[in-house]
Write a protein that binds this ligand. Structure first.
Ligand code: PMP
Length: 305
């Protein structure tokens, strides 16, 4: 990975290589940590963080869900991310990873006595599913892993432990020669990708699953907003895997994945096998928006001066 100069750690900027933790840090053993994935884009007016406030709000919601008292306020966390980007000499688009974790000082399953630490790292990062994936689409496999059940884990929280399931699904998909996994929910309907939300297009209508078995995705919400601007009808309802096979278009959305077309699911070609027309339209609008080229959405951008 491309290292940066500094990482923000518990209120201070520390050199990248010095941002380390003790081996008995509680999170490392039991998986309770809340995190975010945020992107900043190199616009004509410099770096701009996309929907910073919304990501920070979700981070604090995640900590609330998993009963961690974050020692920093929303404003402090926003400022910390801005400060971090200012202190590093980034030349390209950046991915920001805030992490609220349990540190060293208590062992055993109960996390009540464990200290809460906060770190924010940022580095230059290109397309998560590859530049080629953004243009030509990716191959996807329906996972043999069910998306974490809402009966046992808490999917509204972006917490480390939830990603074991995602990791196993991704591992399986890669071993099958695909680039990403699509996970079904308990009832067999499409839930989400290992780190993305999912859309299909049928007869000009954009369809995406309801929020009940997925993270409350900031990119999904943005794509729905953009689609409405473009007068593309949007429906939020359940989707089955065979419905995807016969859809004209399909794509993933996420902070890391941005808008990545799906060209195959389970070795069935979706539509033309390329990025579809509606997908391309939404991609163009999305990238214009995050690059500060759409005046209607400048309130979503926090410029780093
Ligand atoms: N689902 C999961 C499981 C994710 O990890 C992500 C990435 N944060 C998403 C959906 C998409 O969310 P967002 O658009 O807010 O990045």
């Amino acid at each position: 990975m491309k290292e940066a100069k500094y990482i923000w750690k518990d209120g201070e900027l520390v050199p990248w290589k010095e941002a380390t933790i003790h081996i008995l840090s509680h999170t490392l053993h039991y998986g309770n940590a809340a995190f975010e994935g945020v992107r900043a884009y190199m616009t004509e007016k410099g770096l701009a963080i996309f929907r910073l406030n919304d990501h920070t709000k979700r981070l604090l919601n995640s900590t609330k869900i998993v009963a961690i008292d974050c020692p920093y306020s929303e404003d402090e966390l926003n400022l910390a991310q801005i400060e971090l980007l200012k202190s590093n000499d980034f030349q390209n688009n950046v991915y920001i990873r805030p992490l609220v974790y349990l540190g060293y000082g208590a062992m055993g399953v109960s996390h009540k006595q464990a200290p809460v630490n906060v770190a924010i790292a940022a580095w230059e990062w290109g397309a998560y599913l590859g530049e080629d994936g953004i243009i030509n689409g990716i191959k996807v496999k329906t996972s043999s892993f069910t998306r974490n059940s809402i009966k046992s884990t808490m999917g509204k929280a972006k917490i480390a432990a939830n990603y074991l399931n995602s990791q196993m699904a991704k591992h399986e998909a890669l071993n099958c020669g695909c680039e990403e996994a699509l996970l079904l929910d308990d009832s067999g309907f499409i839930a989400e990708g290992s780190g993305e939300c999912f859309f299909i297009v049928r007869d000009g209508v954009l369809i995406t699953p309801p929020y009940d078995n997925s993270l409350e995705s900031i990119t999904q919400e943005t794509v729905i907003e953009i689609a409405k601007d473009l007068n593309i009808p949007v429906v939020q309802r359940r989707i089955t895997r065979d419905e995807v096979y016969i859809a004209q278009e399909a794509f993933f959305t996420g902070t890391a994945a941005e808008i990545t077309p799906v060209r195959e699911l389970d070795f069935r070609v979706i539509g033309s096998g390329k990025a579809g027309h509606i997908t391309q339209k939404l991609q163009k609008e999305f990238f214009d928006l995050v690059m500060g080229k759409n005046q209607k959405y400048t309130h979503y951008l926090t410029y780093i001066k």
